[in-house]
Design a protein around this ligand. Structure first.
Ligand SMILES: NC(=O)c1ccc[n+]([C@@H]2O[C@H](COP(=O)([O-])OP(=O)(O)OC[C@H]3O[C@@H](n4cnc5c(N)ncnc54)[C@H](OP(=O)(O)O)[C@@H]3O)[C@@H](O)[C@H]2O)c1
Length: 269
């Protein structure tokens, strides 16, 4: 337990809900968490489910009373929200906002805070989320270690690359969906298709996770592709028809968007 540390969340939406539930599930890692009053429904539910959660009256009172502030609003309103708050020099601030430029964010905060950026994934709710953190920070890493694991980045570039990689979640599931739609389209029931494909993909991910770190994914892929066999044929067909190129292009594009940063000049109405 990270005893005594008071952690406050500004922006009580989906990702704050996941983080708070992950941190407070038994055995709880924190003894006191404060959340902002918006979203009212999510904040009330958290306070109902966990005695250690308090709903603050407003954002500034969170900054005032907490050692660590997790900033989790949507980028569209971030500027207005940050500007309205006054932080203490040395205060720990963890921004989980996607694709925000560090220098811009520090400029908006104004004080000399200890800012770290992190990319929590929804799996943190079950303490199974791997989180990219930049820059290295012992306390931030301790929080995300509880929530499933941490990769600490040594440069902004490393962080951007992991942010790009984290954008593959929907595509991964869409490959499952595409495979499933094809199989069911040819006549197999949806139930049978799903009960076959979900464990198959799960075990492939497990094989990747459990392989020694020196073994490249390409080698694992080859291990599942018997020479002259069906897997080899599908992989080769997929690559020849642009599958690998589409993946690379999509990652290049999302990296370009991340590099540009996403902190609009003005909040949208
Ligand atoms: N969801 C994810 O898996 C995930 C993962 C990593 C990072 N992120 C990042 O986390 C941030 C939040 O994402 P999210 O998915 O949690 O979004 P979300 O569900 O929309 O949560 C944002 C919350 O901010 C609240 N809010 C609006 N104005 C506020 C204000 N002035 N002060 C305090 N709170 C205010 C909103 O409340 P109302 O409902 O009352 O408007 C909303 O509940 C984004 O920047 C996103 O890039 C999300």
């Amino acid at each position: 337990m990270m005893t005594g540390q008071k952690v406050g969340f500004i922006g009580t939406g989906a990702i704050t809900d996941a983080m708070v539930r992950g941190l407070l599930r038994e055995p709880a890692a924190l003894s006191h968490v404060i959340v902002s009053p918006r979203n009212a429904e999510i904040a009330a539910k958290l306070a109902m489910d966990f005695a250690s959660v308090t709903v603050a009256a407003d954002n500034q009172s969170i900054v005032k009373s907490c050692d660590t502030i997790v900033f989790a609003v949507r980028p569209q309103i971030a500027k207005d929200v940050v500007r309205s708050l006054s932080f203490r020099d040395g205060q720990a601030v963890i921004s989980v906002m996607a694709a925000t430029d560090r220098a811009t964010l520090l400029g908006l905060i104004g004080s000399d805070v200890r800012l770290t950026q992190a990319i929590p994934l929804p799996f943190v709710a079950e303490r199974r989320g791997i989180t990219a953190v930049y820059p290295r920070d012992r306390e931030t890493a301790a929080i995300f270690q509880v929530l499933g694991g941490v990769v600490q980045c040594d440069s902004g570039r490393e962080y951007e690359l992991l942010a790009a990689a984290s954008s593959l979640m929907a595509t991964y599931l869409s490959i499952m969906d595409g495979a499933s739609a094809w199989v069911t389209g040819k006549g197999l029931s949806r139930d049978k298709t799903r009960s076959y494909l979900a464990p198959l993909f799960f075990e492939l991910s497990r094989a990747a996770l459990e392989a020694p770190s020196g073994v490249p994914f390409a080698e694992l892929s080859r291990a599942f592709a018997t020479r002259g066999g069906l897997n080899e044929q599908v992989l080769s067909d997929f690559e020849q028809h642009g599958g690998a190129d589409a993946l690379k292009t999509a990652l290049d594009h999302v990296l370009a968007r991340i590099e540009k940063g996403f902190l609009p000049e003005r909040a949208k109405p």
